[in-house]
Write a protein that binds this ligand. Structure first.
Ligand code: F3S
Length: 429
């Protein structure tokens, strides 16, 4: 077709020419233009069963999104794929004072209900499909190895590519839903075999298991958008993708994706493509980054603290960005209980919120652990802590977290899991 450099099939040309309506033609055109910017050679079918939409952007960006949804609905466009969506921004169980709530409800997320209704019309998977960990079994949007996806949520894209062996670029928001609507995505980058080769070798030479979120942060900041092949981590997290390894990689990956722009990593002896092809995945002339305990300490000590009063007592703690898995929820419940007992406290001394997917929360709430967690004073929620921190009033509060993604995008302060546990259970003793 004149004007387009990439190869397009007759069906794709028909869509571009408006055979499926004007709105669909616009959606396709956007995807083709987006692909051409990145040198895509063709458009390939999205083969995953379901899509996922990113929405973790600030309110200023949301207005055009609501308008776009209206246009899609008016144009009779329904997504080819059902999709999950990033977490909801509001939950009345999460501590917020009168003014903060006013800002949330009146100025920031006043259109949430309308947005929910729009999403349902366009193709929302279910009312509980709001989470960034859509790939967890409980949520039911788990792509298969080799599936081509149209996702954009960075923590989910890196997980799907690396742990599940699916294929997805680090798309921007809106491109994700457009790909799901039309059923095609541009072929470039992480969709290609070449683009999945590692241009960095990371050698983990620590004396103890590295903190997932700091290791991911160190690698992300070093390799940026490149693909790292990590050697020596299987020594610490094993050679089986069990619950623990998957939870570790979820947190590790989110840090690589947010502290850098990693969309895919390979873990020697563990992740599917590394198990299959091993060091053949490493590109010629790959650079080397050696990580020991000292390097991790250096990285962590360099995180800026942007609290007004650096010695302020934390007012809130968030654990679960990305959302916690079911096993992580149980593990954290047990750890908080044991640590409270150790320090002679009954309840957490800093208001603390654990966040997880609605389906995971529901499963957890059916177990005796739910009452045990409640007794510790910890609040369990389905929100996105980043959206909470986007409230300018909340952003001023001294908030602590074990999430390197949350630290990167907000004023919250990072602590390791062990440090956080001590802070929320010990108090001024
Ligand atoms: Fe998920 Fe929100 Fe964190 S989308 S990864 S909980 S910023």
């Amino acid at each position: 077709m004149p004007g387009y450099k990439m190869e397009l099939t007759p069906e794709q040309l028909d869509i571009l020419n408006g055979k499926k309506g004007e709105t669909m033609a616009k959606v396709m055109k956007t995807l083709v233009m987006y692909g051409e910017t990145f040198g895509a050679t063709k458009m390939v079918p999205v083969t995953s069963e379901k899509g996922h939409l990113v929405t973790s952007f600030g309110i200023s960006v949301m207005k055009p999104v609501y308008e776009l949804m209206d246009q899609l609905i008016a144009g009779g466009v329904v997504s080819k794929q059902k999709f999950s969506v990033d977490p909801r921004p509001l939950d009345k169980n999460v501590p917020a004072n009168f003014l903060e709530n006013l800002v949330f409800n009146k100025f920031m997320y006043s259109a949430q209900e309308k947005y929910d209704a729009q999403l349902e019309k366009v193709g929302l998977l279910s009312k509980s499909a709001y989470t960034c960990t859509c790939y967890l079994d409980e949520v039911g949007n788990t792509p298969k190895k080799g599936d081509v996806l149209s996702w954009a949520e960075s923590s989910a894209v890196v997980y799907a590519n690396s742990v599940l062996g699916a294929r997805c670029n680090r798309n921007s928001g809106i491109i994700d839903i457009f790909g799901s609507i039309v059923g095609y995505v541009p072929y470039f980058g992480l969709l290609t075999d070449e683009g999945r080769k590692a241009t960095w070798i990371v050698e983990v030479k620590t004396e103890k298991i590295p903190e997932a979120q700091v290791l991911g942060s160190a690698i992300g900041m070093k390799v940026m958008e490149d693909v790292p092949y990590v050697i020596g981590l299987d020594k610490w997290i094993g050679n089986t993708l069990d619950d623990n390894a998957k939870a570790y990689l979820k947190d590790f990956g989110a840090a690589t994706a947010s502290n850098g722009a990693v969309g895919l990593y390979h873990i020697d002896g563990l992740t599917p493509e590394a198990v299959e092809s091993g060091k053949d995945l490493i590109a010629e002339n790959a650079q080397v980054y050696v990580i020991d305990d000292k390097e991790l300490e250096r990285v962590k000590n360099n995180y800026p603290v942007i609290w007004k009063d650096k010695n302020a007592t934390p007012k809130l703690c968030f654990i679960g960005c990305p959302h916690l898995t079911y096993s992580q929820l149980i593990e954290w419940t047990e750890k908080v209980e044991a640590s409270l007992k150790k320090y002679g406290n009954k309840k957490v001394v800093i208001p603390t919120v654990f966040t997880a997917a609605p389906a995971v929360v529901e499963k957890f709430n059916k177990t005796p652990y739910a009452a045990r967690l409640k007794a510790t004073g910890v609040v369990l929620s389905y929100i996105c802590p980043l959206m909470y921190m986007n409230n300018p009033l909340c952003g001023k509060k001294p908030v602590i977290t074990n999430s390197n993604k949350l630290r990167t995008y907000t004023t919250s302060r990072y602590y390791t899991n062990a440090e956080i546990l001590e802070q929320i259970t010990k108090g001024a003793k």
